[in-house]
Design a binder for this molecule. Structure first.
Ligand code: RB5
Length: 147
């Protein structure tokens, strides 16, 4: 189970990041918050990189990223080799992106998902393990696309 969680957000996701951080901290997760720390405008690609690098280095187990839609920051995150970021706002996707895609980053939109749903989705994502098996070769094919 993921224990150390990297967090990142732009101004559109800042409030949601704070809500999810409080929830996960209450549950006992260690959250490393890479910002942003206010609603002042910042660029989501800049905010995606440090949390993703923390996952790639092994400093953090997973990352949760937030922007207005969750889409922009997921597009940016997926440019980093080894990152499998899923933007989602429903429980089925949050669960199956772990089971089947071994996603290591979950992205959500502060203008899309409410705090209650976001906290549930984050917990589901962080407690669901990769199924492996037939999905291994598909993940390997995704990695091959990075070469
Ligand atoms: C910022 O206004 C907004 O574009 C950003 O948060 C995000 O929604 C981009 O995908």
């Amino acid at each position: 189970m993921a224990k150390v969680i990297a967090l990142g957000a732009d101004h559109g996701g800042y409030v949601l990041k704070e809500a999810v951080k409080a929830y996960l901290t209450e549950l006992g997760y260690e959250c490393r918050d890479f910002g942003t720390h206010s609603e002042a405008s910042v660029d989501y690609p800049d905010m995606a990189v440090p949390p993703c690098k923390a996952v790639l280095s092994g400093e953090c187990d997973k990352a949760l990223l937030f922007c207005g839609t969750g889409v922009g920051i997921s597009i940016a995150a997926n440019k980093l080799k080894g990152i499998r970021a899923c933007c989602c706002s429903d429980a089925f996707s949050a669960k199956y992106t772990r089971l089947h895609n071994d996603a290591n980053v979950l992205c959500m939109g502060g203008r899309v998902v409410g705090p209650g749903a976001a906290c549930e989705l984050a917990e589901l994502f962080l407690t669901t393990e990769f199924e492996g098996g037939r999905h291994e070769k598909r993940i390997a094919k995704i990695h091959a696309l990075e070469e």
